[in-house]
Write a protein that binds this ligand. Structure first.
Ligand code: NAP
Length: 441
């Protein structure tokens, strides 16, 4: 058995600290990565197929810094940032690695001709750095992608306000899409015990981003009775936003693109659903200046009021409509621009009606822990729809790139099959497979 397999197998089988420490850390392991020499391969092409740029192969085990841990990754997940990385847009992530590397000290390890991607995952701690005190080998963990330097004073009010904050596996190397990854100790969170590896490892990035946007003290701070318009309600972010709005006593208005997706949000308890493909928008679609009116009328017909909060991340296609439909004094909270970064909107509807736009990015460690606590309590559920083997990381990313997926897509790394890693089957039974597998039916 290869060295990397022996440690992975022991981690998978629940070996204790002593046993795991007795097995050597492998010098090389398998991971999914992009190659610096391939930046530019998509120039002039319209379909930038990520399966061409995402490779699976062996990489070197990096050296461990004192504040870090090596985690044997059982399962990772695809986020939209994996798509951005794999198409080298809006800029090649190698530029992030070079910039990070210039910080010196342990950061220089990250500046390599390959980039191991992946910002979500779950697994077992197999080594801890000399300065790690709260975590030990054998701990079963979920990984938070928020990479914060604890020596930076800017991170003490809110980790996201630190100038040195980075998205792990996107702006750093050694991400989750591999048999092993390197994380700082302040990225570790106890794994919700009733979830499988693939369920636990697919939530944090999107769920905690949605938590900060809607619930936490830095976002829109949703109140009971708030009407919240959620674009892409069965997408990565949207699938958790719908649950958070329901949990907090808000009223979600879910936008989806098919009746099958409408059925899923209905099963999540969402009563007000708009199929954007059924709206009469004309050729320019949602981008047309009149689209806001059509959408706004549809929302009023459903709930009788305008949304107080609009949950945005699509950007160019939808932003004008989002600004228009949000109610007087309402908030448009945005964390992305999937359809284009340069937005156009009629500013009169913003200032004359006293609305505000809130920019939101990621989440701090506390928000990541609070979000995972909701999973542990059974108040949030995974939205996993499909699981791929590590060799299929390109296909998994392609599904997200082409919007062929719903909810989240996972990639098994150290886990040998779906369904492994459940430590609390009783709680799982209490919640019920129906709720846990809603996105897989
Ligand atoms: N800043 C941050 O911290 C942060 C964190 C997470 C994600 N993001 C960003 O947020 C974006 C979404 O991420 P995600 O993981 O939720 O992606 P996702 O899983 O691909 O979901 C996006 C959803 O958008 C909807 N959609 C796609 N094209 C659309 C269009 N033209 N008009 C209206 N709706 C459309 C789709 O639903 P329907 O087809 O059913 O409408 C889809 O479910 C990405 O750009 C990502 O980079 C940012």
């Amino acid at each position: 058995m290869a060295q990397s397999d022996a440690l992975l197998q022991a981690a998978r089988e629940g070996a204790g600290e002593r046993e795991l420490l007795d097995i050597d850390l492998p010098a090389r392991f398998r991971a999914a990565f992009t190659r610096k020499e391939e930046v530019g391969i998509f120039e002039g092409e319209t379909d930038k197929d990520v399966r061409r740029s995402l490779h699976v192969g062996e990489v070197d085990m990096p050296e461990l810094a004192p504040d870090e841990c090596v985690v044997a990754v059982m399962s990772a997940a695809i986020n939209f940032n994996t798509v951005w990385s794999a198409i080298f847009e809006p800029m090649p992530t190698f530029a992030f690695l070079e910039r990070f590397g210039r910080r010196g000290w342990n950061a220089s390890r990250h500046d390599l001709p390959y980039h191991i991607l992946g910002s979500d995952g779950a697994g077992v701690v197999v080594r801890t750095g000399a300065g790690v005190k709260n975590w030990k080998v054998g701990d079963r963990v979920v990984l938070s992608p928020s990479y914060v330097d604890e020596e930076d004073h800017g991170s003490y009010d809110d980790g996201m306000m630190s100038e040195t904050q980075l998205a792990w596996g996107f702006e750093t190397n050694f991400g989750s899409l591999g048999e092993y990854c390197i994380v700082k100790a302040n990225q570790l969170i106890h794994k919700p015990k009733h979830l499988t590896w693939e369920e636990a490892g697919s939530n944090t990035l999107c769920a905690a981003t949605a938590y900060r946007m809607l619930v936490g003290s830095h976002g829109a701070r949703m109140k009971q009775g708030d009407i919240v318009l959620i674009w892409g309600a069965t997408g990565g972010l949207g699938s958790y936003a719908t649950q958070l709005v329901k949990n907090g006593g808000g009223i979600p208005v879910a936008v989806v693109s098919s009746e099958a997706k409408a059925d899923i949000v209905r099963a999540q308890g969402c009563e007000h659903i708009i199929n954007r493909n059924a709206l009469d928008l004309g050729e320019q679609g949602l981008r047309h200046p009149k689209a806001g009116r059509v959408l706004g009328e549809a929302i009023r017909r459903l709930v009788g009021e305008d949304p107080g909060i609009t949950f945005e991340y699509l950007g160019r296609e939808t932003f004008g409509a989002s600004v228009y439909v949000t109610k007087r004094g309402g908030k448009i909270v945005t964390c992305g621009s999937s359809t284009g970064f340069r937005h156009e909107y009629d500013n009169r509807y913003l200032w004359m009606r006293l609305k505000s736009i809130i920019g939101s990015h990621g989440f701090n460690y506390h928000e990541a822990v609070q979000t995972n606590r909701l999973f542990s309590l059974g108040m949030l559920h995974p939205t996993l729809s499909k699981v791929f083997p590590l060799e299929g990381a390109g296909d998994a990313t392609r599904a997200v790139q082409t919007n062929a997926h719903i909810g989240k897509v996972a990639v098994l790394c150290g886990a040998t099959a779906e369904g492994q890693g459940v430590d609390d089957p009783e709680m799982r039974e209490r919640i019920g497979e129906e709720k846990l597998n809603l996105y897989r039916r």
